[in-house]
Design a protein around this ligand. Sequence first.
Ligand code: KIV
Ligand code: NA
Length: 264
Amino acid sequence: MRAVTINTLQAHKAAGDKFAVITSYDACFAHLVEEAGIEVILVGDSLGMVLQGHNSTLPVTVSDMAYHTANVARGCSKPLIVTDMPFGSYSSSELALANAVALMQAGAHMVKVEGGAWLLSTIKALTERSIPVCGHLGLTPQSVNSLGGYKVQGRDPKQAQTIIDDAKQLEQAGASLLVLECVPADLAKKISQALSIPVIGIGAGADTDAQVLVIHDMLGLSSHTPKFVRNFMAGNNSIQQALSDYHAAVKSGEFPSAEHTFSG
Ligand code: KIV
Ligand code: NA
């Protein structure tokens, strides 16, 4: 595999070829993920829950994210590295710029931000200054206190329309990728077809352009496993094989199946 760029992912979408994304937080897992041929590594702020033991992503800091991004970047050379901007680190465009520069200098190739219309000027400011951006809509975990829990989003028609409108506006503002989390499969399909940028689903059905999972979840290491996760260690005796199986199952469209999917 050659080094993955945003152009590679755009070409996958144009050709109708699915690609896989997975979280990593350190050099060891990043190397295994690279060996499995997985195209994109997300240094997710899920590390606040998975590694740090918090019950939300809110306590994670920019320096935590920079530290883990640097560790991941030392462990691989081919996957595209996307790093989450943590809670509160992009509440204004100026703040976002300064913090995104720190994450890019730590080794990220792109940063990810959660939210819709309020972020458009920030996304424009970042992309104009050569910082590619991945959006994130649907269940946005940094908003858990506003959403009232970790729940499926976009089931009522008005909310679904807001997500569709936000997705189109994020693309127009310059976002290169979009994550859709915990939305009904038919809504995710509609958005994936409407956008020209690749859409990455998690708990969003099989019809997005790519899938993402938290690596600890798909290795069966998490105490609570969400409905949309498949344990790829089941029937395998190595992490390397589990990661290769995940990559193959996403590419073939075999994962996710109906049991991992939310309906409208
Ligand atoms: O932090 C994370 O791992 C994420 C993915 C679940 C999309 O944002
Ligand atoms: Na995240």
